[in-house]
Design a protein around this ligand. Structure first.
Ligand code: CA
Length: 219
């Protein structure tokens, strides 16, 4: 397993290197954001330990840049502050996990093991089907460059369909995932919302399959 450590505090960087080497990782260390981004792009690491506060380019930007370039290496972000906003932002910019400093090596190693196990599957922050794009964290969607005006429920339904694009999903499944268990109204509510989405997206994205359900796909 090959790991990249991006950490600007030399002592911590050295500690991380020896800690990971003791676990059998081959380790590269970058002391600046620029070097870290360059190395992460150029080499196929199995995992990246990424400090948040870095000179030149910070951890958020590195994460967002890598994901935008479709580099899916698992990333664990180290946040110095215990602020929730940093942790939320870390995950939203494409990190897979985070640890707040100071952290325990045993926990770090276990988290990395879990990330490596999951591998570098595609985990886009931005979902896309043809000209339709959706940002689940920002709760926004666009058709080409135009932002769609959607209610919270319409956006949830759209996200659900986009995440299963190309598949047929039944009205029942949609109800279970987009409406909560407490919903005991008319299941035809799904049709009503599908109609609203069609009005906003155009007819071509969502197909009705009689008796089976709906399928969203690129026209
Ligand atoms: Ca730092």
């Amino acid at each position: 397993m090959r790991a990249l450590v991006v950490e600007d505090e030399p002592r911590l960087a050295t500690g991380l290197r020896s800690g990971l080497e003791a676990e059998g990782y081959a380790v590269d260390v970058a002391l600046t954001g620029t070097d870290g981004l360059w190395l992460a792009r150029e080499h196929g690491y199995d995992v990246v330990v990424l400090d948040l506060m870095l000179p030149e380019v910070d951890g958020f930007e590195i994460c967002a840049t890598l994901r935008a370039e479709r580099v899916w290496t698992p990333i664990l972000m180290l946040t110095a502050r215990s602020a929730d906003t940093d942790q939320v932002r870390a995950l939203d910019t494409g990190a897979d996990d985070y640890l707040t400093k100071p952290f325990s090596y045993a926990v770090l190693i276990a988290r990395l093991r879990a990330l490596v196990r999951r591998g570098a599957a595609e985990r886009p922050c931005l979902l896309q089907v043809g000209a339709l794009r959706l940002d689940p964290a920002a709760r926004k969607a666009w058709l080409d460059e135009t932002e769609l005006v959607l209610t919270a429920r319409e956006l949830s339904l759209l996200e659900f369909l986009v995440r299963r694009s190309g598949q047929v999903v039944s009205k029942r499944t949609i109800l279970e995932h987009v409406w909560d268990d407490a919903f005991d109204g008319d299941p035809n509510i799904v049709e009503v919302y599908i109609r609203r989405l069609r009005t906003k997206l155009g007819e071509q994205f969502i197909t009705t399959l009689r008796g089976a359900g709906y399928r969203l796909a690129s026209p």
